[in-house]
Design a protein around this ligand. Structure first.
Ligand SMILES: [Zn+2]
Ligand SMILES: [Zn+2]
Length: 350
């Protein structure tokens, strides 16, 4: 693998090219958040009070689900401190916009800001990186799962994306809860339980059928949308010892209007270089990265990245490869044989 550099090494060289306001909080983004809250509330009230036909209810579920996902992207940005500066408002608003996905702001900052961003794609320290071949071999259940043909596994991996963010969030709570000081425990638990209490109360108030359209279907849609980004952000890249965003992250491309409604979440390499920069400036960061290091930068259309994800196996093998344990076939990762058109020739493991 090529010589790696930390994200600070890249950021230092590009910092001077960004305007000062890129580093200031941008509370204007809350207008977008308010619009999502209004749309969601109106759609929920419509489902409860208007006795609409099934296709209209499904359309409203889709709108709510897309709004939940977008609110999650806004919550992510708020909790990086790029929207409001005050810790109280950062946590309150971050928690509010993560409410549909039931992830508390304290847990998120520990899991995402302090662990995933600091140790991206580190085999042991990144809570979001995928398993290694060694971990699969040590676990009987995983060995069994990975004996299934790759297409069957890909199907289940894609199907479970509709619940994966919620499940991973609960797993992260279990992982990190013990690392908080005892005086932080009540807030941590409240931030976990209050969103769930809200959504379960809604079930009791609105009834099962309405609740399915108001929350359950939207939650599955929101999980699917956020996981489409999260699963392509790093899983086609190698695992690395040095947190080099140009090696360990992928920027996906989506239509411009999607970037606007998703707060440029597609620009993930740029985000890992400058997590504290207002995301509106990520296209400028991208332009500069492409000027400085065009040969190191990875970018793929979202559709191609998802197809590549489907076609390549998941466990990592020697950090820079992916292996299909059932057939012993080894595939490359980005920068190590996997091309940006999503093709990777497979070889037999030695
Ligand atoms: Zn990431
Ligand atoms: Zn982040």
């Amino acid at each position: 693998m090529r010589e790696l550099h930390s994200f600070g090494w890249y950021a230092k060289q590009l910092k001077g090219h960004l305007p000062k306001k890129a580093f200031r909080p941008d509370p204007g983004k809350l207008l977008g958040g308010a619009a999502y809250l209004l749309i969601t509330t109106a759609a929920m009230l419509g489902i409860v009070f208007l006795s609409l036909p099934l296709p209209v209810n499904l359309l409203l579920s889709l709108i709510i689900g897309m709004s939940f996902a977008a609110m999650g992207f806004l919550g992510h940005e708020i909790l990086h401190g790029t929207v409001v500066r005050s810790p109280f408002w950062r946590n309150t608003l971050g928690g509010l916009f993560f409410w549909p996905l039931c992830t508390g702001p304290r847990l998120w900052r520990k899991w995402h800001n302090m662990s995933h961003h600091v140790h991206t794609q580190h085999e042991e320290k990144d809570p979001d990186t995928w398993l290694t071949d060694t971990a699969v071999r040590k676990n009987a259940m995983l060995r069994l799962i990975y004996r299934l043909p790759i297409s069957v596994r890909a199907f289940f991996e894609f199907a479970t994306q509709t619940v994966m963010f919620t499940l991973h969030s609960l797993r992260m709570f279990k992982t990190y809860a013990s690392e908080f000081k005892s005086n932080a425990a009540p807030a941590l638990w409240l931030q976990l339980l209050l969103p769930w209490i809200t959504w379960i109360s809604l079930l009791l108030i609105a009834g099962v059928t309405n609740w399915i359209f108001m929350y359950l279907i939207p939650l599955l849609i929101a999980n699917g949308v956020v996981m489409a980004y999260i699963s392509t952000n790093h899983r086609l890249n190698p695992q690395v010892e040095i947190n080099d965003p140009l090696a360990n992250s992928l920027t996906v491309t989506v239509p411009k209007w999607v970037d606007v409604i998703h707060f440029h979440f597609s620009h993930h390499t740029e985000h890992h270089l400058f997590p504290a920069v207002n995301s509106t400036y990520y296209p400028l960061v991208k332009q500069k990265i492409k000027e400085y290091w065009p040969h190191l930068y990875h970018e793929m259309p979202m559709s191609k990245a998802l197809i590549a994800l489907w076609k390549t196996p998941r466990p990592y093998f020697n950090g820079k490869n992916l292996i299909d344990p059932s057939r012993g076939e080894v595939y490359g990762t980005l920068g190590n044989g996997l091309t940006e058109s999503g093709e990777s020739a497979s070889t037999r493991a030695q």
